[in-house]
Design a protein around this ligand. Structure first.
Ligand SMILES: Cc1cc2nc3c(=O)[nH]c(=O)nc-3n(C[C@H](O)[C@H](O)[C@H](O)COP(=O)(O)OP(=O)(O)OC[C@H]3O[C@@H](n4cnc5c(N)ncnc54)[C@H](O)[C@@H]3O)c2cc1C
Length: 474
């Protein structure tokens, strides 16, 4: 395992050459912006001060950088990693492009669609499953996608009953604040208990919710219910959000956004402190270098906020969000090449199983690629355990090779995609979307609409943060 939890393909650590950095960052796409390998050459080359500093070169930070650049502002982006993208991370397995982080988008995600159009990028549809393996009374059983889909639709109509009212306007999650008090405190486990789900119904629901929540006790009912309503209020519409793939991978829009921004992107620049003094923010990078600007946009995962020093200290509502976290506590994406099954079979397991969800991908001459989301019960550094977990779902399958990314172990994510904890909606939104002094907060985790698990939300949050930053910068 490398320190990033990347279990089969160690990446180079230590010295990073300009060439490798440019490659990692998408050199051709970023050619118009300046990319530096370390903070040491990040000072404004023309001697003019920066108008804004953006911390984090993920989708939220990239959106802010482009929007501020469009206003003629001079922007410095400080990125902790040696690459852009954050929780979007392209990779390869068996010579195929894979996404170790976010990869899909779908209908209703209009901001992503608008960016694809802006950069003339096409999309492809993901593989459709031809068979579904689901928990049965005596082990796993096969169903047609239509049969399994109908049962899932019915189970989740009950599970999310009432959400069409409490999320009457899903893009404005607090519109029916009056109805939320009784539901926002519920975890997904509470909701399962409330419905007294048992047997196969329990297994079908608990697996489907825990895969999105990283555990049914930590994920909130309203977190998932909001996504369900954003998607159109049926389970098959919700699943269709994971149906399309952007040309060139999920990173391709961001590469173009950063190029268009004209911002200086300083890689390998982890920010350790943000201090506000004399009408300026002083942003300190590991190693001691300090950059100044009238405004700083913190576009890191919420789970990273507690690792930074703030002067003055963050008010309680931000400190609470930082302490509780928003990124799910377990998020492992596992890519596999499998022989022995040429069928496009998908599989779902109950909470507690080693693999919670297995999704068929491309058929190659020498096996099929699958992508899986695992639970804490599977140690992905143990190839025997991975093989056994796959065989548990597909007895005929033989794993040839695999690659896993454990986002909860990633030092600059400290969690997976975002999903609110019980009570966080009412206690923390919209307060944590507001600036504190000269610090503006951005990130998919704190979006109003497609928050947490979607690039769409990172874009939404980035547009809002850019407005706030432009106002503060005067
Ligand atoms: C396994 C997985 C699967 C997902 N699947 C999908 C999907 O299919 N579709 C979809 O739309 N979304 C998906 N998502 C969610 C999506 O990836 C995120 O919502 C989105 O990328 C968040 O963007 P962001 O800019 O808010 O945060 P991030 O992408 O996390 O960007 C934040 C940046 O801040 C940097 N940073 C952190 N700390 C510091 C510091 N101290 N100093 C400087 N920089 C710092 C990080 O390195 C990172 O580059 C998935 C996420 C995961 C983890």
């Amino acid at each position: 395992m490398t320190e990033n939890g990347d279990s089969t393909t160690p990446r180079a650590h230590g010295r990073v050459t300009r060439r490798t950095v440019l490659k990692a960052a998408g050199a051709s796409a970023l050619a118009a912006g300046a990319v530096t390998a370390t903070g040491s050459s990040a000072a404004a080359e023309d001697g003019k001060p920066y108008d804004a500093i953006v911390v984090g070169a993920g989708y939220a930070g990239g959106t802010v950088a482009r929007e501020l650049g469009a206003r003629g502002m001079k922007v410095l982006v400080l990125e902790a990693r040696g690459r852009i993208g954050g929780r979007i991370e392209p990779g390869t397995l068996a010579g195929q492009h894979i996404e170790l982080g976010g990869g899909w988008f779908g209908p209703g995600q209009d901001l992503v669609a608008r960016e694809l159009k802006r950069y003339s990028l096409t999309t492809t549809e993901d593989v459709h499953a031809t068979r579904m393996v689901m928990p049965g009374p005596n082990g796993y059983a096969s169903h047609s996608p239509q049969e399994a889909g109908a049962r899932l639709n019915s189970l989740f109509a009950d599970f999310y009953a009432g959400s069409e009212q409490y999320f009457e306007r899903p893009y404005e999650p607090l519109h029916r604040k009056d109805l939320l008090a009784s539901v926002d405190r519920l975890s997904l486990a509470d909701r399962i208990a409330q419905l007294q789900l048992t047997g196969v119904d329990h297994d079908w629901v608990s697996g489907a919710t825990s895969v999105f929540a990283g555990g049914n006790r930590t994920g909130s009912l309203t977190g998932l219910a909001q996504w369900y309503q954003l998607a159109g209020g049926t389970y098959d519409k919700f699943l269709s959000v994971m149906s399309e793939l952007p040309q060139g991978g999920m990173i391709s829009i961001l590469e173009r956004m950063l190029r268009e921004s004209g911002a200086t992107v300083s890689l390998n620049s982890p920010v350790t402190a943000i201090r506000e003094r004399g009408g300026l923010t002083h942003v300190e990078v590991r190693g001691g270098r300090v950059h100044q600007a009238p405004v700083v946009v913190l576009a890191t995962p919420v789970n990273m906020w507690s690792t930074l020093t703030f002067e003055p200290g963050l008010p309680k509502v931000y400190a609470d969000a930082a302490r509780e976290g928003l990124g799910v506590p377990h998020a492992t994406k596992l890519w596999l090449r499998v022989r022995g099954t040429s069928e496009a079979v998908s599989a779902q397991a109950p909470e507690g199983a080693p693999i919670l969800l297995l999704i068929p991908q491309k058929q190659l001459p020498d096996g099929r690629i699958f992508v899986a989301f695992t639970g804490p019960a599977l140690d992905v550094s143990d190839p025997q355990a991975v093989r056994a977990a796959v065989r548990g779902l597909l007895p005929e399958a033989r794993v040839v090779e695999y690659r896993a990314k454990e986002w909860h172990k990633d030092p600059y994510a400290r969690g997976g995609w975002g999903l609110r904890r019980p009570g966080q909606l009412l206690r923390q939104l919209p307060d944590i979307q507001q600036p504190f002094g000269r610090i503006v907060f951005a990130g998919g985790d704190i979006a109003s609409g497609w928050n947490g698990a979607f690039v769409e939300g990172a874009l939404e949050s980035g547009f809002r943060a850019a407005e706030q930053a432009a106002t503060l910068a005067g």
